[in-house]
Design a protein around this ligand. Structure first.
Ligand code: SAM
Length: 426
């Protein structure tokens, strides 16, 4: 376990230096010394440490008499504290392995300190957990600027949003309407002993996540993994038989596939990232669906547009991803306050460019997985001010809760945070 702890600590350090957690885990998970269980543990520990980083740091500050000089030892302590506070692994084993990891880190002098800090945590655990909640960062495990922004933009909901962002995300599936009904799929899950329930539309949420290989019919294309809020996109786009559709930021193709599952349409899947476009192709192949896949910049239609207008455009634009933090806890530490304005500027370039190839009466669905107003409501207000020929439509039912009516789906136990705006060209 000491190798797993060291690798998790180094992944956390690299995320805090600006790298994405998935890239970090991909880089180390191929090591021959790691068993499949080690790989699972490494992922859980790295994700969990980042999920609760504010709390862990607050407790560490209370436990340390003076700041630690060796950043690697601090990262190791963060990881071991996460394991002690949030997992069921045997505490003595966690402490022993962390002490051993000091040797592998070439920091043998830190062994005594690591041992003392972790044992001290075990003695004072309950009091430390309470005391860590005295600061916002310790209580919510988000950067202070993020907490402040949510409080000012969603005053009555910020507390719940921050708490939800630290939950484990559910595994939600989209049942392929071309192949079977939600009820039929629920029955086949039940026969495999996998507990699940319908969430409306094509969405089925598992009570406990399982590897996709255990899902009946996954390889055959019966289901795909997709959050419930992401599954609103295709129905909101309201495609008609024969519609000419552009999915302008398509990779890895979750929404592309959903559109094709529910409509007989002529679809172009565009993205500017060739590696991610390969994932669109493999998803469509598994689901036995077809689209024209094009690599290009959505903000530069001259690169890829043949001049024939689109009836529907899906603009699932790059964004801060502030609505999907429970799935990607690295995001809250990777983002900087000024990133939000940068995303908003890029999004408005893409939106303006995509308005041109949209047919009169055609509809464009703007989507982000963000909960920040600059990328959402304000983006659309500015767009409407720039484009007199744009009408902001009410989103089609049957999703009728109050937040959705305004387009903002706030993250809760069943949904990631998404924003939708349906625009029509007059
Ligand atoms: C939120 S993701 C899309 C998710 C996808 N719609 C789905 O449901 O699976 C945003 C995508 O936009 C792509 N992207 C970013 N900038 C772009 C641009 N200027 N033109 C086209 N695609 C872009 C990214 O490569 C990324 O795949």
């Amino acid at each position: 376990m000491d190798e797993v702890q060291r690798l998790a600590a180094s992944a956390v350090a690299n995320v805090l230096a600006g790298r994405s957690l998935d890239a970090e885990l991909r880089a180390v998970s191929g090591r021959p010394s790691l068993t499949p269980q080690d790989r699972g543990a490494l992922q859980d520990i790295a994700y969990g440490t980042l999920r609760f980083l504010g709390q862990l740091d607050a407790m560490l500050d209370l436990l340390l008499e003076r700041p630690l000089k060796d950043a690697r030892v601090r990262d190791l302590l963060r990881v071991a504290l996460f394991q002690l506070a949030h997992t069921r692994a045997a505490p003595h084993a966690i402490v022993d392995h962390a002490v051993r990891a000091c040797i592998a880190l070439n920091a043998p002098a830190a062994k005594g300190l690591v041992n003392a800090v972790l044992r001290n945590f075990l003695r004072k655990r309950d009091a430390l957990l309470v005391e860590a909640r005295q600061t916002d960062r310790g209580r919510y495990s988000h950067p202070q600027w993020w907490i402040d922004k949510l409080r000012s933009q969603h005053p009555s909901l910020a507390e719940a949003m921050l708490a939800n962002a630290n939950l484990h995300p559910p595994l939600t599936l989209r049942v392929n309407a071309r192949r079977l009904s939600v009820d039929a799929y629920l029955a086949s899950l039940e026969s495999e002993g996998i507990a699940a329930r319908a969430l409306g539309g094509s969405a089925v949420m598992l009570e406990r996540p399982v590897p996709v290989e255990r899902l009946p019919g996954f390889a055959e294309g019966d289901v795909s993994v997709q959050d419930a809020a992401a599954q609103y996109a295709a129905p909101f786009l309201d495609v008609q038989p024969g519609s000419r559709v552009l999915d302008a930021c398509a990779a890895p193709g979750g929404k592309t596939a959903h559109i094709l599952e529910i409509g007989e349409v002529d679809l172009i899947a565009l993205d500017n990232d060739p590696a991610r476009l390969e994932r669109v192709q493999s998803n469509l192949t598994r689901l036995n669906l077809n689209a024209r896949i094009v690599c290009g910049d959505a903000a530069q239609p001259a690169q890829w547009w043949d001049g024939v207008e689109f009836d529907r455009i899906l603009a699932d634009v790059p964004c801060s991803a502030s609505g999907v933090v429970r799935r990607h806890p690295d995001i809250k530490w990777l983002r900087r306050p000024h990133d939000i304005a940068r995303f908003a500027a890029r999004q408005s370039e893409i939106l303006d460019a995509l308005w041109q190839p949209l047919a009169i009466d055609g509809k464009l669905l703007y989507v982000t997985c963000s909960v920040f107003r600059e990328e959402n409501q304000e983006q659309i207000e500015h767009f409407l001010a720039r484009h007199q020929d744009a009408r902001h439509l009410t989103l089609p039912g049957p999703h009728t809760n109050a937040q959705q009516l305004a387009g903002q789906i706030l993250p809760d136990e069943q949904h990631d945070g998404f924003f939708y705006a349906l625009l029509q060209k007059a």
